[in-house]
Write a protein that binds this ligand. Structure first.
Ligand code: EPZ
Length: 419
């Protein structure tokens, strides 16, 4: 079990390059099954979730290899197994993304019913109803989902909720469905645009990603070679900006799309940070004391991202005034609250709403990461706290951050990893 030992009181200062986006890499890795040939990805982050996805792909018959320069090559030319390995796909929520590409590649797919996870029960009804609309026959038995997609046809699909995963799964299946598919009320997250760009680089014909209506002209033959650069990770960027804000620091981040972090920058400015944006960079200078952020409501993009809720919860605990945070996306995403209380944070919570009263300072404590973003939030709190904070179960943080400890040390923090 990994631990982060954080000695607080050191401002984040300097420049860092943001890694490629986990939530773009995972669906793109799944989509690689659509190609029968070689894929070369640049900017794919080295994360536990990515490693798990590569293990699933290898089990299905894909040859995966990291290059010395950090690139990732996949060879999908040989036949691909359509039955997902149960052991690991339960652990990895995003294994459900494999359904669409397997149906596009093999015309059928068998996968496990992914369990719930630390932030909510994570249903997949929108994935399954979208695939059914394409003509996929779906049977569920003994925890398995058995899909026959041999007669997929384009369809006009309306999602009840703009689910990111369901939008992406349907996009990936629809490229092999004869005719045109429309996905209405689609998720608008930038990661869906990155998937669209990858699919089009493969020779597919997808348009509209990033808006509420995605169009797929299906049935085109995919190319046998593609090279693609993964987009920057907006949540990693937001996390580092929060850390600088909380420690009175001054940082510049490269490899950031400012538009993708707009809702976070707006809240950081409300707290008194001075922010300057370049074409692919963001620079932040923190105030001595963070001002009040009155309200944060998590919403689908371009609203405030749920994946940044925990980090801003940490920030609000040491800002002036009162901050109300409403978590509209997941039903159980405040597990970092009780851990922050150990450090001196003051808040109340009812259902999906917390009211945080900023305190003068936090004090170091022994805390436990309960989920990926909550673990990152506790690490940020440790940077700002007086004394030493130990974050247990820090391997959860490795699921979504490429060596967050090393990245923070590169900006002047004192973080030690103990395994
Ligand atoms: C993606 O999860 C991200 N994961 C999540 O990031 C992110 O928090 C989430 O989108 C929202 O932006 C990846 O991309 C790998 P959803 P996903 O489907 O696709 C409900 C992180 O920390 N829903 O948009 O699972 C669901 O219960 C992770 O990097 C249904 O009801 O998110 C939730 O309340 C965490 N039925 C809401 O929609 C469905 O069939 C949003 O889920 C699907 C979803």
């Amino acid at each position: 079990m990994a631990k982060f030992i954080v000695e607080g009181g050191y401002p984040l200062v300097g420049t860092a390059k943001v890694s490629g986006a986990k939530n773009a890499a995972l669906p793109i890795l799944a989509a690689s099954l659509i190609c029968r040939g070689q894929i070369r990805l640049r900017g794919c982050p080295r994360l536990r979730d990515v490693d798990n996805m590569l293990t699933i792909l290898a089990d299905l018959g894909v040859c995966c290899a990291w290059e010395p320069n950090g690139g990732l090559t996949l060879d999908t030319a040989d036949g691909v197994e359509y039955v997902m390995p149960q052991r690991i796909s339960k652990e990895l929520r995003s294994s459900i993304f494999m359904l669409g590409p397997l149906l596009a590649r093999c015309g059928k797919a068998v996968c496990t019913y992914p369990g719930g996870c630390e932030i909510g029960n994570r249903p997949i009804d929108l994935h399954l109803s979208g695939l059914s609309a394409l003509g996929v026959q779906i049977r569920e038995e003994r925890g398995l989902i058995l899909c026959d997609g041999s007669a997929m046809r384009g369809a006009d699909i309306h999602l009840d909720y703009p689910s990111v995963g369901a939008t992406e799964n349907i996009m990936m299946a629809a490229v092999a469905a004869k005719g045109t598919t429309y996905i209405r009320n689609a998720a608008r997250e930038p990661e869906t645009e990155d998937l669209q760009a990858f699919l089009n680089a493969l020779g597919c014909d997808v348009s509209g990603a990033g808006t509420s209506s995605v169009r797929v002209n299906g049935g085109l033959p995919p190319k046998a070679y593609v090279q693609y650069d993964i987009m920057p990770d907006r949540i990693v960027a937001g996390t580092l900006l929060c850390g600088a804000a909380m420690t009175g620091g001054e940082i510049t981040l490269n490899n950031v799309v400012p538009q993708h972090v707009g809702s976070m920058l707006s809240k950081l400015r409300e707290a008194g940070c001075v922010i300057a944006c370049g074409e692919k960079s963001v620079a932040l200078r923190a105030p001595k004391r963070l001002g009040e952020i009155k309200m944060i409501e998590t919403l689908p993009y371009p609203g405030f991202p749920t994946d940044m809720q925990a980090q801003f919860f940490s920030l609000a605990t040491i800002a002036d005034g009162i901050c109300v945070i409403v978590e509209n996306v997941f039903e159980n995403r405040f597990k970092h609250g009780p851990e922050l209380t150990r450090m001196g944070a003051i808040y109340t919570q009812k259902d999906r709403t917390t009211v945080i009263r900023g305190v003068k300072e936090l004090t170091g404590a022994q805390v436990v990461a309960r989920d990926l973003r909550g673990g990152a939030a506790l690490t940020l709190a440790g940077l700002a706290a007086t004394g030493i904070t130990t974050i247990h179960e820090a391997e959860l943080i490795d699921r979504g951050y490429e060596r967050l400890d090393a990245m923070l040390c590169g900006l002047g923090a004192h973080v030690t990893r103990e395994v």
